[in-house]
Design a protein around this ligand. Structure first.
Ligand code: ATP
Ligand code: MG
Length: 386
């Protein structure tokens, strides 16, 4: 593929914060951007040269996006795979609809992981009452997850008994689900790779992630965050998963670390990932620039992390300090007085609890210094210490 060079327009399906940061990276390199998203106030739509206000399956909207764009990507995991296949008839689309379709369905995703020889938590597909009845006791206690459309811990119920399992499936509307055995987690990590049209692959240094209430809260990336051997195993497993999909674009794979140090794959995201935001300030290539390079056929160069980093997610909860009924702007000036703090806000006008409003990257000379500043920032913002 001849590279699509700056000056061209790059299209993105979805107008959320990931699309916004993609647009910023593309624009920095001299591309124009077009966003398709039905929300007139979408974070990416507000910063893009073109904003097509249409649903993801709107034929005229897709046609307009294809006409405007030299290449197209997605920032929204649940974009209809068929829409990507339709666009692919007209323009290069990365990642492909077929890869996205697998990432959208937990049963297909786990089947793919196993095919690539990467261990996942013991699980069973539950689509029928007979499958529910046939579940082995070894999967309990477990987590029942809807096969599709879950995010930030939504569409999940923890179940300890068969009765609770049956009730949970009822509660989830008896849609296709997977039951996963509940594993004792020592830690959670993730790996981001970028794979080109020619199969060449680069990766970001692996992330150590802390989740709270099913939502990513803190990511740390520095030498002290995990043993080198674990890092190498996680990168190699992620590469197998990407190769197995003949993937083109940025892919994030999340892993559980068990008490004995072994790795179990959790899930993948066919796009840049919240845990990769540290790369914007701590690496010489961000995950969004990698997305631009992969989709346009530009060279993928191994990114170099130049600073240890901690990322704090800024959820809407921070706008509601104890007792506040109306949103209160967090103390940004005090946070930005701390050395090495980089504020990223997504331009969402309304703060709501659990809503991802932005993130704060902290960089510094060494892991101890970065952690110390990140803890100070967390205290100012009302984020629990980590
Ligand atoms: P997102 O897409 O935002 O990453 P999600 O809604 O897809 O989240 P999962 O990644 O499946 O949800 O699960 C959310 C969190 O719940 C995990 O990061 C982990 O902390 C916990 N969790 C999920 N599955 C298991 C499991 N089998 N055993 C133990 N903990 C689990
Ligand atoms: Mg997850």
């Amino acid at each position: 593929m001849n590279p699509i060079l700056p000056g061209a327009t790059l299209g993105v399906m979805g107008g959320g914060q990931l699309g916004r940061m993609f647009a910023h990276a593309a624009q920095q390199m001299g591309y124009f951007t077009a966003v398709l998203d039905p929300d007139p106030g979408s974070p990416a739509g507000r910063v893009s040269h073109d904003h097509i206000l249409a649903g993801y399956e709107d034929v005229a909207g897709l046609d307009r996006l294809a006409r405007l764009s030299a290449a197209i990507t997605t920032e929204f995991e649940n974009v209809p795979a068929q829409a990507l296949r339709t666009l692919a008839a007209a323009r290069p689309v990365a990642p492909a609809g077929d890869a996205v379709a697998i990432a959208q369905d937990r049963a297909l995703e786990k089947t793919h992981f196993m095919r690539c020889g990467v261990a996942c938590a013991p699980w069973a597909a539950i689509e029928t009452a007979a499958q529910l009845a046939a579940v082995g006791d070894d999967l309990l206690p477990g987590i029942l997850k809807t096969a599709r459309l879950g995010y930030d811990g939504k569409g999940q119920v923890r179940v300890a008994t068969r009765e609770a399992l049956a009730a949970a499936w009822q509660q989830l509307g008896q849609v296709p689900c997977v039951l996963e055995k509940m594993l004792p987690l020592a830690a959670e990590i993730s790996v981001i790779v970028a794979r080109g049209h020619d199969g060449q692959m680069v990766h970001l240094p692996p992330q150590l992630n802390l989740h709270r209430d099913g939502i990513l809260a803190v990511t740390e990336v520095h030498d002290a965050n995990m043993p080198v051997a674990r890092m190498e195993r996680a990168v190699s497993a992620t590469e197998s998963i990407a190769n197995g999909l003949a993937y083109v674009g940025v892919l994030c794979v999340e892993f559980f670390v068990l008490a004995d140090g072994s790795l179990v794959v959790n899930e993948m995201a066919p796009r840049p990932h919240n845990s990769g935001h540290y790369s914007m300030d701590a690496c010489d290539l961000s995950q969004f620039e990698l997305q631009v390079r992969a989709m346009t056929g530009l060279p993928l160069v191994q990114p170099r992390q130049h600073s240890p980093a901690v990322m704090l997610n800024l959820l809407g909860d921070l706008w509601f300090p104890a007792g506040a009924q109306e949103p209160v702007t967090p103390p940004w000036a005090r946070v930005l007085a701390l050395p090495g703090t980089h504020l990223h806000l997504y331009g969402k006008t309304e703060a709501r609890r659990g809503r991802k409003m932005g993130h704060l990257n902290v960089t510094g000379p060494d892991a101890a210094a970065v952690r110390a500043v990140a803890l100070q920032a967390a205290a100012l913002l009302g984020i629990e210490a980590f």
